[in-house]
Design a protein. Structure first.
Length: 694
């Protein structure tokens, strides 16, 4: 070592440290003082001593007589510049500051009060008035005097022993998994490539404030092999439908992705049996506005009719589907197809694959799922008013009333009801549709009540069926217990056990059964299928009555199967759906399983329940309105403050061109009261259940 730069708290200490490092005596070197120590005031402005030590042998040939002082110092500088010592071989004392060998006094002064980073190491040069500030970023640690700096910023000095630490490399292996869908038609390979993350400490130029930053270099690594995939598929017994291109893509993936690496052959669905109508059976669906917005009450489409022997419909048999193949090379059966269950009622009969009219009248076709009912309905035309002279009208077909329906009269039809004049304090009831051209005043109109009844009792039956299924499961568990086998239930039946279960486990069950029995008995005239009543009788006998009849588990299981069948049937929509279309209404009650449309002045203090859409072109003043498939009204409310309440389910909308102060709307369980008049209201619930107005 020919020369060294050394530091210390004093010149003496710096010289001693330099001699020690060079392993020489003081007589063997020349010493140049680059900076004298300064104590400062209370530690501020303190400077350390800096000295240069040179071996004397380098300067033996140079004497004062031969060279001037300037030449001597110039030669010394050249020797320092020519030194082959590495930076690491010239450490500064205490904090291992590796100064540049060309560093001169003026350069040292430029670095005062600054810190810098080079090749992963931190250097500090303090000044009398400034200590450098270091900010520490993520993934970097600063070790200060053998202690990890926990703060994000710290002040450093030359006396500190400083070291930067960081995680130079981080690796993550490739993650992957193979899954098969429920139908065994798709094999999915999900790949999450691994990576190699390398970090390098960024060089920082000298400054009073610096930041220690680790630059990150990310490289995606996919270690998944073709053998890995094939072995996994063998393990899962996948032998059919390999997608080689997708497998190769997965092996080259550099980003997270999912690949369909095997595909089975999906079964082709068949076609259920269906009914082809040979004639038009749809009547005019209510009143309609012309281009100017007026309703022409004279334009009525004639209800279609058929003569005896006419073919109403053709029955088509189901077409079976084609089986598929799973990825395990197993056959995948096609979904079962179902034939049409045709019920030819009054006025019609089935001849081979045809439905033929046996009477003249209006053809009526009602379809719910695969159940189809066909009948030919006669038509009754009543020319005058319906009053005490004519008596109430009850007719199992279409009814057309040319006059008024006067007070306290009843019109009950099996088909459609068409009334040309006003209806006053009367009841119109049908399982089909109602169209009126006059005002409806203080009257009750009910259309499609049987359909709504089936929906109501079907919902109740669904709740009861779920409870009965749990009861069956508990009974089966108890029957295998030794304590049960020692009882005499096989002779006396399960009635005592059922009573215990109802008291201990199913407290509210009997109340649901009573509700079902009550509703079915009340609406039995509207239930064409007697199965609803048979289930009602069985529920009463098993769960409500106190009888000596022996109740077996088999009886309960059969009852549960029938309840499930009826519950599923109740959820199937009926075609065509009933509807009510009128001009205007006052102090009345309207009830329809389908749409309710009011074309004309509107509605005043009327209770309206629509199983479909409720649309009112005029004004609504007071009353309670409900639309299962939404509400669309022109104007709602009144200056007198009459309360108007409008409700829809949580997934539907309420639209109003004008909503006056005091109007109350309810969507699902959320209610809103209008405090002032608003226009063009479109209200609905967002995904978080909050009411939104567009």
């Amino acid at each position: 070592m020919q020369s060294i730069i050394s530091k210390g708290k004093s010149v003496k200490e710096a010289v001693e440290m330099g001699l020690k490092l060079m392993k020489v005596n003081e007589s063997d070197v020349n010493i140049e003082i680059l900076q004298q120590e300064t104590k400062g005031v209370m530690g501020i402005g303190r400077k350390t001593a800096i000295v240069k030590l040179f071996r004397q042998e380098r300067f033996d040939s140079y004497t004062k007589s031969d060279h001037s002082d300037d030449d001597l110092y110039a030669t010394m500088d050249k020797l320092i510049e020519a030194s082959s010592l590495d930076q690491d071989q010239v450490p500064f004392v205490h904090h291992e500051l590796h100064e540049d060998k060309q560093l001169k006094t003026n350069q040292l002064e430029e670095l005062e009060g600054k810190a810098w980073v080079k090749n992963g190491k931190i250097f500090v040069k303090e000044s009398a008035t400034q200590f450098p500030l270091v900010k520490i970023s993520e993934n970097v640690q600063l070790i200060k005097n053998n202690q990890i700096v926990t703060n994000k910023k710290t002040v450093v000095s030359e006396a500190d022993l400083l070291e930067i630490k960081w995680e130079e490399e981080q690796k993550k292996e490739t993650n992957w998994q193979v899954t098969i869908d429920e139908l065994k038609l798709k094999v999915m390979l999900e790949v999450e490539p691994g990576y190699r993350l390398t970090r390098e400490i960024r060089d920082v130029e000298p400054n009073q404030q610096i930041e220690l930053v680790a630059d990150e270099y990310y490289e995606a690594i996919n270690t998944l092999t073709y053998e890995d995939v094939i072995n996994k598929m063998k393990e899962l017994r996948v032998t059919y439908g390999f997608n080689q291109n997708e497998i190769l893509k997965a092996l080259e993936a550099k980003e997270n992705n999912t690949y369909e690496i095997a595909t089975g052959k999906q079964a082709k669905p068949g076609i259920d049996g269906w009914v082809e109508l040979n004639i038009d059976v749809d009547p005019q669906n209510g009143l309609f506005e012309d281009e100017s917005g007026k309703v022409d009450f004279r334009e009525i489409k004639t209800i279609p009719t058929v003569d005896q022997g006419a073919i109403i419909a053709t029955i088509h048999s189901p077409t079976p589907g084609q089986p598929g193949i799973t990825v395990m090379n197993e056959p995948l059966p096609a979904k079962r197809t179902h034939p049409i269950i045709m019920k030819a009622e009054k006025g019609a009969m089935v001849v081979k694959d045809k439905v033929v009219a046996t009477e003249s009248g209006r053809p009526f076709v009602e379809k719910r799922g695969q159940l189809c009912k066909v009948s030919v309905i006669p038509k009754l035309v009543h020319q005058g008013n319906v009053n005490l002279s004519s008596g109430n009208i009850r007719f199992n077909g279409d009814v057309e009333i040319r006059g008024e329906v006067e007070e306290n009269m009843v019109v009950e039809a099996g088909g459609d009801i068409v009334a040309f004049k006003s209806i006053n304090h009367s009841n119109l009831i049908t399982s089909k549709s109602i169209v009126t051209y006059g005002s409806v005043i203080s009257s009750e109109l009910s259309a499609g009540k049987n359909n709504m009844l089936i929906v109501e009792i079907g919902h109740l039956l669904g709740i009861i069926h779920a409870q009965v299924e749990k009861m069956i499961m508990l009974i089966k568990q108890l029957m295998v217990a030794p304590a049960f086998k020692s009882t005499d239930f096989s002779r006396t039946g399960l009635q005592p056990l059922i009573n215990i279960l109802l008291e201990k486990k199913f407290n509210g069950f009997r109340q649901y059964v009573r509700s079902y029995v009550k509703v079915t008995n009340k609406g039995k005239n509207y239930l064409e299928d007697e199965c609803w009543l048979h289930v009602s009788a069985s529920l009463s006998r098993i769960f409500l009555a106190l009888s000596n009849q022996v109740i077996s588990l088999e009886m309960i299981v059969k009852l549960s199967e029938k309840m499930k069948e009826l519950h599923e049937f109740s959820k199937t929509p009926v075609e065509p759906e009933a509807f009510i279309t009128i001009s205007n209404t006052l102090n009345s009650s309207l009830y329809s399983s389908g749409n309710i449309i009011i074309i004309g002045k509107g509605s005043v203090n009327t209770k309206i329940h629509a199983g479909g859409l409720l649309k009112i072109s005029g004004i609504v003043r007071g009353g309670e309105l409900y639309g299962r498939l939404g509400v669309d009204i022109n104007e709602v409310g009144s200056n007198s403050g009459t309360k108007t309440f409008i409700a829809v389910p949580s997934d539907q909308k309420i639209k109003m061109n004008k909503a006056m102060e005091g109007t109350v709307i309810k969507i699902g369980h959320i209610t809103y009261v209008f405090q002032q008049t608003k226009y063009h209201v479109d209200a609905h619930l967002d995904s978080e259940g909050r009411m939104i107005f567009n």
